[in-house]
Design a protein around this ligand. Sequence first.
Ligand code: ZN
Length: 305
Amino acid sequence: MAISFDTSHNPLIGSEERLEEDLFVITAPNASPMTFTGTRTYLLGGDNVIVIDPGPDIDSHFSAVMNFLTGKKLTHILLTHSHVDHSPLSRRLKNETGATIIGFGSADEARTDFMNDLSSTIDLGGEEGIDTNLVLDEKVIDGQILKLNGSLFEIVHTPGHLSNHICISWKQKNIIFSGDHLMGWATTLISPPDGDLGSFMKSLEKLALRKEEKYYPGHGKPIADPLAMVEAQLAHRREREKQILNSLEEGSKKPAEIVDQIYVDINPLLKKAALRNVLAHLIDLYERKAIYVKNFSIEANFEIV
Ligand SMILES: [Zn+2]
């Protein structure tokens, strides 16, 4: 496959790194096969600070953020989405500083009608990793412009990884905080019903039309050539869809069989994620009536129409 990822990354853990003027990052100590080198908590501004994605509620991470805030004021907490590796620390930070927590809405806020109907009649599994205790002070919508501490931010709703996922454009700097939607070290997990491949592709197409020069993702290094990565990931998913259809044509029927056939040499720890991604593709193909299945389930037999 044509896509190439940069998996070299040695972030500092426990204190901030300066990325550019008025932009710092503290990497949380939660490295794993799913979170790569850990969640990236971005800190924007000088005396008045905005945090994007506070990360998991881990004491040492909280201390690192509070150390950075010494002599400064935390005014706002922006959330790209409500997964447990991104939003939980917002509560402790709010208690400590009184900052306003801003995000798109609940995890299922923007699920499509199709996904809602499917998930209300069928157990799709998934729904892993949602921060169910999150309470937002302010909700934003797609296209909204926020003026915070003299900076302008545009909200770009990018459902797919999670239906409440947003990317946040910092207008003056011409950069985007891309959360888990677009990262440079791997493709994102799409686990139905929260994850939705059809929405994910539309969200990538939306980014493909934008002009920002640099993306700062929720995990891993900045993406210096983001539009090339957007195109590469679109192509990668289309290629994956082709592989799934080929696999069905060659006789695979169940999602697990498809995974075995197309994910060769996969890290065993990522096999479950691969199964979720294949399910996401199957749901998308089913919605587009490209495949047939009698009783939709993760154990069902799928067939080409
Ligand atoms: Zn996530």
